[in-house]
Design a protein around this ligand. Sequence first.
Ligand SMILES: [Zn+2]
Length: 278
Amino acid sequence: MAGGLATAPGRGVRIGADVLQIFSKQNTRWMGKALGEEEAGSFREEGARSGVRTVAIHCAYLINLASAKEAVRTRSLYALEDEAARAAMLGVPYLVMHPGSSGDDPEETGEGRITSALRAFGRFPRGVTLLLENTAGQGNSIGRTMEQLRRLIDASGAPPDIAVCLDSAHLFEAGYDIAAEKGWERLLEEIARHGIFPLVRMWHLNDSKTDLGSRVDRHFHIGEGKIGLPGFRRIVTHPAFRTLPMVLETPKDGVDEFEKDIQNLAALRNLCDAGDRE
Ligand SMILES: [Zn+2]
C-alpha cells in the first residue's frame, strides 16, 4: 500500500468507511519486506485512533495452492505463512484467499492439492481465520460453487480457523443470478444445504462488468454493472449477513482516488437504510 500500512485507516476515514480490507504488501510479489514491530504497532495505533477497523488482509494473487507445479505450491505455502504472521502482528482477524486454480488439470485434482496444502499448513496463528473466497471460475479457479467450498473445508478437516468470504461479483459470474429474486433464493438454498451459513464471515461487495455465468472476473461500481441495486439490497438487508463486515473491491477510476469509493459506499448505505425503514 502506497505510503505504508499505517496510512490505511486514514484512507478509510477519508471515504467514510468503518471497516477495511488491505494488502499487507505488494500484491504481485511472493514475499514482502519483513514487517517490523514498530510498523505493526503504528498500524494498530492508527486503527484504534481512527476507529476504522481493518477486518481483513487479502493474500497476494500469486498464491496458488492448486498449481500443477510443486515449486509453486511450496512457495504458496510459505507465502501463506508469511501473510498469516503479518495478520497476527497487525491484529487483523481475517486472511482472505482465493482457493487456487488447477490450470489444465481437472478441478478434483486442484481441490486435492488445496486441501492437502491446508492440512499441511496446520493451525493459523491465534486470532487469525483464513477465509476461502468463492471465485468466478475463471481459468479453472476452484471454489465457484457452495458445494465446492463445502468440499474444500471438509477435506481440510473442517478446522475452526477456516471459513468463507462471499464475493457478489464472483457469485454472479459463476452463474448465481443474484440480480433476480429466483437466483438469490437458489443461492440461499445452496448455502443452507451445504451448511455454509455459519461459515460466512464477510462479504466482498462488487458489481459485475461481465454477464451472468461468464466466468470472467471483472468488478464494477455498485449499481452500475449487471447485478444492479436490487441484488445488493438482498445481501445487505439479509438477517444472516447484515451485521457482517462488507468491503468494496471496485475499480479506482474516479476523478480522484476516493470519488468512486464514496459513491459506492453511499449507494450501499442507502440500501441498508431503506431496509431499516421497511
Ligand atoms: Zn473479492
